[in-house]
Ligand binder design. Structure first.
Ligand SMILES: NC(=O)c1ccc[n+]([C@@H]2O[C@H](COP(=O)([O-])OP(=O)(O)OC[C@H]3O[C@@H](n4cnc5c(N)ncnc54)[C@H](OP(=O)(O)O)[C@@H]3O)[C@@H](O)[C@H]2O)c1
Length: 250
């Protein structure tokens, strides 16, 4: 059995990943605040095991309970494979730091960074004795490498996620049953997040015109295309733990 724990499965890239993984012998544990009923129907129709956990990743104090629930559905035997896909993320607040709402900053830090960190730690601990393949896929962003005006919260949370990836890879390098971990930037993908970016005013985000133009010129990738590339990479024997994969360059 292949177990896939996917955060942010209700729409966008996470939704496309979940749908493409609906197959016999796969077990999807999907996490977001809302459920996409279509995933449930497709899972039944395709004889794929599926469990949805409604959870607000802002509530990091409850992540232990989330990990307990995930592992109630994850019984690992030697030939199984386990994947954690830390995909859920938010772009807001978009504004120069002094104008950004403090509560929105806290939300983004929890959802984009603290939740993936705690989830990764929990999965590493719970799967310590499992000798099969274990991989963590962190959906990061080019904004974690390069600063953008108005995106101080998003950039710093994604930079932290990318560094977390490198730290876990280093620590796991010494382990008997290591977890492999990578971070990925999927490029510009046409999702709700892009709609939020394009709706920002140029005082709060000076690069907004670039994103509007990219959409007008039909350059944005589809979530299905991004999901296909992510799935192919996460199953690849060429995967290098600790690496940051940039889909713009791949
Ligand atoms: N789209 C792009 O161009 C792009 C580029 C680079 C990186 N990324 C990264 O790719 C990932 C997916 O982004 P996307 O574009 O697919 O975004 P999206 O369409 O806005 O979807 C975000 C997903 O995250 C979930 N989520 C948001 N807040 C949550 C919360 N408090 N608790 C639990 N789940 C929550 C949402 O589910 P609910 O609302 O149901 O909770 C939704 O399923 C993000 O990490 C993003 O930073 C995207």
């Amino acid at each position: 059995m292949n177990y896939y724990i996917i955060t942010g499965s209700s729409r966008g890239i996470g939704n496309a990943i979940a749908k493409q993984l609906i197959k016999v012998n796969n077990y999807l544990v999907c996490i977001s605040r809302t459920e996409d009923e279509e995933i449930k129907k497709l899972a039944v129709a395709n004889n794929c095991k599926y469990h949805f956990i409604p959870f607000d990743l802002y509530e990091v104090d409850k992540i232990d309970n989330l990990i307990d629930e995930i592992f109630q559905h994850t019984r690992l035997f030697k030939k199984d494979r386990l994947f954690l896909i830390n995909n859920a993320g938010v772009i807001s607040p978009i504004a120069p730091l002094e104008k950004a709402d403090a509560q929105e900053i806290k939300k983004a830090v929890n959802i984009n960074y603290l939740a993936p960190m705690l989830l990764s730690g929990g999965v590493i601990m719970r799967a310590k004795d499992f000798s099969g393949s274990k991989r963590i896929i962190n959906i990061s962003s080019g904004a974690g490498l390069n600063p953008y005006h108005g995106w101080s919260t998003y950039c710093t949370t994604k930079a932290a996620l990318t560094m977390l990836t490198r730290c876990i890879a280093l620590e796991q390098g010494n382990e008997k049953n290591p977890v492999e971990v990578i971070s990925i930037t999927p490029g510009i993908v046409e999702t709700n997040m892009q709609e939020i970016i394009r709706a920002t005013n140029s005082q709060d985000f000076t690069n907004v015109d670039f994103f509007i133009k990219n959409k007008e010129e039909n350059k944005n990738k589809t979530p299905e295309y991004a999901a296909e590339k992510i799935i192919s990479l996460m199953h690849s024997s060429e995967l290098k733990s600790g690496e940051f994969y940039d889909f713009i360059e791949l």
